[in-house]
Design a binder for this molecule. Sequence first.
Ligand SMILES: [Zn+2]
Ligand SMILES: [Zn+2]
Length: 296
Amino acid sequence: MVVAQTAAGRKSPPCSKQSGKEFGHARLTCKVVTVRTRLKPSVWSQLVDLVYPPRCEICGTDGLDPFCDECLRNVYTIEHPYCRRCSVPFPPGQEDRWLCYECQHAQSPLVAGRCVGLHAGALREALARLKFHGSRRLVPALAELLYDRVLREVDEPDGLPLGDITALVPAVLHPRRRRWRGFDQSLELTKALGELWRIPVLKALERAHDTKPQVGLSPEERRHNMAGAFRMRPGVEVDGLVVAVVDDVWTTGSTLGACARALQRGKAARVYGLTVTRTPPPWHEAAAHKHSVDGA
Ligand SMILES: [Zn+2]
Ligand SMILES: [Zn+2]
């Protein structure tokens, strides 16, 4: 496979700038190629395939895994125009707009954040399967999509300086919820992303207290619920570092904001946010499929 060198000196897939040009349902042919190429089957996995034939982890179709092409076509990627800070998409025709109303009027501890796509369609289904059905096979593929999103921004002339990020920090679950689930999806995603990106994963944060599920809470209730929810882990240093907090879903940004505030108290230089999905705005067709699992 031919690879291109990015501005940050890292390897970029040749299709990363061409994928997802359509608004709404994006065609992700290049991403399919990228994901499948990176996830080369080992001899062992080929043997396993003979016993357990591969199938799409989302719809169950036999054949390629973890996503079939049809499910990848059902991803709502976030394309211009969108808020350059929180990534919420704007309606078509607002190409010159830079920030959404909330980002214009609220102080965020995050410099900015980016997401693969909207919390709808195949990505919503994939996260639900990961979190509520334990489909950890989806982690490498979701991390791959997130890494491709980062590379695309690095390649953009006026994109975020995501290449400055030198460490990733998971928005960890409370131990009680991790025990209930059996794993921590944010930590798993962060570790997989760190391997692709080849930058360290710092378990810099811990939950100061358990929080109630965010589902059904208003934006103000979410912020109140997450206030002070994270603190720095003793012995972990982020002083002067440019870091990105990694989580699965971005709804109001209250979880990422709470992480960023704790990292700021640890004297991190800049904090970005990276998530797989973002809740669609009410005007978007994907909002009809809205089903928030933020903080769950
Ligand atoms: Zn499928
Ligand atoms: Zn915004």
